[in-house]
Design a protein around this ligand. Structure first.
Ligand SMILES: [Zn+2]
Ligand SMILES: [Zn+2]
Length: 366
């Protein structure tokens, strides 16, 4: 039986979100109907709603890609989930049998690029809606592919597992899974939103001895230190370039530099701040489509590595449940990063507050 769900609908880039009822289909082959309990507002949603993220975002559609919920109904052919399971919908599916899924080097999956029509199983006034990022979680109910759902333990709070659907995992995984920061390393983290603060926690878990937190907002210092930063740098107060400053205070640059802003200039500063010979500059922030990066290529010959990370390199069905276990073992703290809980009706105000840089993570609770 189709269900009626309240959802946020984006009709066109830049147009105000409509909060209204949509009709959700019965799950088809390999699909699962999920009641979303919590869904977070991510900076990527702002870019997507503005039409700045071309891939996997089409209008009209339901935005949102960071959520936690409960399985309500399973379609034919679903073998790994049953009614009542708690799940995290995830942007990178894990089909389990493509070349990507077989490789430990990536969390991407061939099913991200092929094999799905990117339409939600949702309809609004007779119009089929797209699912932003193949998910579309700003809806109380949604139909998702089984391969895009991580089954997780039931004692974890929904707002916190929602955060592990994107932002928290992007930061934690960048340090733990992608960079594999070694104990004793010096780490710099540029940009202290939820992702940067999660990178700091990941670096702390890995045993980094120095964690230099960088942000132009001095109000971020206290929380950064609570997450594990050992020092704080405000680029606005420097009389030199940020990269040069980090090279000076570390001797020759940081072993790992994480860029969590998604701007060309901060990626360049991050690369400049990276240690010669072995340093890794990890781009975590999402720069707008069409931007091009220029860096001095000889520095690559001298041993610097420039790489990027997508959702922290965490695989969906095999990786995310392990992070939920580590959350519940209190290895890291997401509660302190969830600064606002709102209703679906308050979503536009929540997005505007995020754009102004207020709070860390806002989560919609259904
Ligand atoms: Zn996100
Ligand atoms: Zn796959």
């Amino acid at each position: 039986m189709p269900v009626i769900s309240r959802a946020a609908i984006a009709m066109a880039p830049g147009s105000p979100l409509i909060i209204d009822k949509v009709k959700i289909d019965t799950p088809g082959e390999g699909e699962v109907l999920v009641e979303i309990k919590a869904t977070g507002l991510c900076h990527t949603d702002l870019s997507a709603l503005a039409g700045k993220v071309g891939a996997l975002v089409h209008f009209p559609g339901i935005p949102g890609h960071e959520a936690g919920g409960v399985v309500v109904e399973v379609g034919p052919g679903v073998t790994g989930l049953e009614v009542g399971d708690h799940v995290i919908p995830y942007m990178c599916p894990e089909c389990g049998h493509c070349d990507f899924c077989h490789s430990p080097k990536t969390n991407l999956c061939a099913e991200m690029f092929t094999g799905h029509d990117l339409k939600t199983r949702a309809e609004y006034n007779g119009t089929r809606l797209h699912a932003f990022h193949d998910l579309g979680t700003f809806s109380n109910f949604g139909v998702y592919r089984e391969i895009s759902l991580a089954k997780v333990r039931k004692d974890a709070p929904f707002e916190q597992i929602a955060y592990l659907g994107c932002g928290a995992t992007t930061g934690l995984g960048a340090a733990i899974i992608e960079a594999q920061v070694e104990p004793g390393s010096t780490v710099a983290v540029i940009g202290l939103g939820g992702i940067g603060l999660s990178v700091i926690q990941g670096a702390r878990i890995c045993g980094a001895s120095r964690i230099i937190a960088v942000d132009t907002n001095p109000a971020k210092e206290a929380l950064a230190r609570k997450m594990g930063a050992t020092e704080f740098v405000n680029p606005k107060t420097l009389d030199k370039e940020l990269g040069q400053h980090i090279v000076e205070i570390t001797g020759a640059g940081a072993d790992y530099v994480f860029e969590c802003v998604g701007a060309i200039s901060t990626i360049q500063h991050a690369f400049a701040a990276t240690h010669f010979a072995w340093g890794v500059c990890m781009v975590v922030g999402l720069a707008p489509d069409g931007e091009m990066l220029s860096i001095p290529p000889t520095e690559l010959l001298f041993g610097k590595t420039l790489k990027g990370s997508s959702i922290g390199g965490a695989k969906c069905r095999s990786g995310i449940p392990k992070l939920v276990d580590r959350l519940m073992e209190k290895e890291f703290d997401l509660e302190s990063l969830i600064t606002n809980k709102i209703s679906l009706d308050e979503i536009s105000a929540g997005l505007e507050a995020m754009e102004r840089g207020e709070g860390i993570r806002t989560v919609i609770m259904f």
